[in-house]
Design a protein around this ligand. Structure first.
Ligand code: ATP
Ligand code: MG
Length: 365
C-alpha cells in the first residue's frame, strides 16, 4: 500500500492486487523519519483512476472485431498494466496519531510518501492503544477480525455519546444493548422514546417477560405520566413556555410574576393559574399570549391538580437505584411533536438533565 493523497482528515491510499483490505478496517501509516504514525479507517474502496487504464481496458475488451496478427510486447509491460488495472484506491478517515507510544486526536500532519509504511492495524492493538477496555466492560460483539469488542460503561457515564449510522445499521439495537448492560451494572437509565421502540425491553422475542421486566417502567405522558405544577420548577415551565411554546419575552416576565404570586398564596394549580391569568392586570395582548400557552399546557394532559395521579419521578429514580438498576422509558410515540417538546420538560422537573435518546447514570463507586 502507498500513500497517495491527503485532504483534510481523509487519506487516499493505493492498494495493489494481493493486498486484501476491507471497508471498516484500520490502517497504520507509520512515518519512520517523523517517528509518528497515523491511524486511519477505510470507509470506501474504489478502483484507482490511473490515466490510460480506461483506454487500456477499452482496447482489451472483446467488444471490437479482433485484429489478425501477433501481439508484440517487447518491453514486457502487459503484466504491469494488468496489475495497475486492479489497483484500488482506499478512501480512509483519519482517526488520530500515535506519538511516543501515545494516541492523540491529531490529523494535521502529513506523513511522507517516501518514508511511510502502511499496514493493517488489528482491532486488538487499537483497543489497547485507545484504552477502551476498563472496569465495567459492555460486550458489543465481535469485530471483522474476530476480536471480542467491549466498551467501558464508565467511559460512557457523564458524557454525551452519540450513535450514528445509516438507516437500519443497528443503532437502536446497540442502544438497547447498552441500556440493558447498564442496568446489569446497577445504573438508572431514562429513555426519551420517540418511536415507542423501547417499550418492549422487558420482553423476550417470543413475547414472554424477560429478566429485566421488573426493572423497566414505561411512562406515557398525559396518561401514566402526569405532574402537578408544584412538582415543576419555575425554570422548567419558563423554558417550556419560551422554547416549546414560543412565548415572547414580555409575556414570559409577566408569567413569572403570576407564578410567584400563586406560589406565595399556595394556589399553584392549573385552575389557579387559569384564573390568575384571566384576572391579571396587564396588556390584553400579553394576557392573550399567556392564555393561549396556558391552554396548550392544559390540553397536553401532562399536568394535573390531582396529587394522587401525579407521577413521583424522583421517587421512581430512587426506587430504580435502590433496586440495583432499572430503566424509565418515557413513551413519546403517541404525543404530538409540539407536546413532545413540552413532554420532555416534566422529566426535567427533578432538575436532572436528560439526553435526547437515553442517559445512563452509574451508581457512584
Ligand atoms: N448486532 C446485531 N445482531 C443481530 N441483529 C441486529 C444487530 N444489529 C441490528 N440488528 C437487526 O437489524 C435490524 C435493524 O436494526 P436497528 O433497528 O437497530 O437499526 P437502526 O440503525 O436503528 O435503524 P433506523 O435507522 O431505521 O432506526 C433490526 O431487525 C435488528 O434487530
Ligand atoms: Mg433505530
Amino acid at each position: 500500500m502507498r500513500l497517495f493523497r491527503k485532504a483534510g482528515n481523509t487519506l487516499h491510499i493505493l492498494s495493489f492486487p494481493g493486498e486484501e483490505v476491507e471497508k471498516g478496517e484500520y490502517l497504520l501509516i507509520r512515518d519512520r523519519k517523523a517517528d509518528k504514525a497515523m491511524i486511519a479507517q477505510v470507509i470506501d474502496i474504489e478502483f484507482a483512476n490511473v490515466p490510460g487504464v480506461m483506454e487500456e481496458l477499452l482496447r482489451s475488451s472483446d467488444a471490437g472485431d479482433s485484429l489478425s496478427g501477433e501481439d508484440e510486447d517487447p518491453l514486457g509491460i502487459t503484466s504491469h498494466i494488468l496489475y495497475i488495472q486492479d489497483a484500488r484506491l482506499l478512501i480512509c478517515k483519519i482517526h488520530g496519531t500515535i506519538m511516543n507510544g501515545e494516541l492523540r486526536q491529531e490529523n494535521s500532519w502529513l506523513p511522507s510518501r517516501m518514508n511511510s509504511t502502511i499496514c493493517k492495524l488489528p482491532t486488538e492493538s487499537l483497543v489497547e492503544m485507545a484504552d477502551m477496555d476498563g472496569g465495567l466492560p459492555i460486550r458489543l460483539g465481535e469485530t471483522q477480525d474476530s476480536f471480542p469488542l467491549a466498551v467501558d460503561a464508565l467511559q460512557l457515564d457523564g458524557k454525551l455519546n452519540i450513535i450514528t449510522g445509516k438507516k437500519g445499521t443497528g443503532k437502536s439495537h446497540l442502544s438497547k444493548l447498552l441500556v440493558l448492560s447498564l442496568i446489569d451494572y446497577g445504573a438508572v437509565v431514562v429513555i426519551l422514546d420517540i418511536n415507542g421502540e423501547y417499550t418492549n425491553l422487558g420482553y423476550g422475542k417470543d413475547g414472554s417477560k424477560n429478566r429485566y421486566h421488573g426493572k423497566i417502567r414505561i411512562l406515557t405522558p398525559g396518561r401514566s405520566f402526569k405532574v402537578t405544577l408544584y412538582q415543576t420548577e419555575l425554570y422548567v415551565i419558563m423554558r417550556t413556555l419560551t422554547y416549546a411554546l414560543g412565548l415572547p419575552g414580555t409575556s414570559a416576565r409577566e408569567f413569572r410574576q403570576i407564578w410567584r404570586f400563586l406560589e406565595k398564596r399556595g394556589r399553584l394549580t392549573l385552575h389557579g393559574l387559569g384564573e390568575a391569568i384571566q384576572n391579571w392586570k396587564c396588556n390584553q395582548h400579553v394576557k392573550d399570549a399567556l392564555y393561549s400557552r396556558y391552554s396548550a399546557l392544559l390540553n397536553s394532559g401532562f399536568f394535573t391538580d390531582n396529587m394522587a395521579e401525579a407521577t413521583d419521578f424522583e421517587g421512581l429514580l430512587r426506587k430504580a437505584e435502590r433496586g440495583g438498576g432499572g430503566a424509565i422509558v418515557i413513551d413519546l410515540s403517541g404525543t404530538s411533536p409540539s407536546d413532545r417538546r413540552m413532554g420532555v420538560r416534566p422529566g426535567e422537573a427533578s432538575g436532572r438533565p436528560l439526553a435526547v435518546e437515553d442517559k445512563g447514570r452509574l451508581p457512584l463507586r
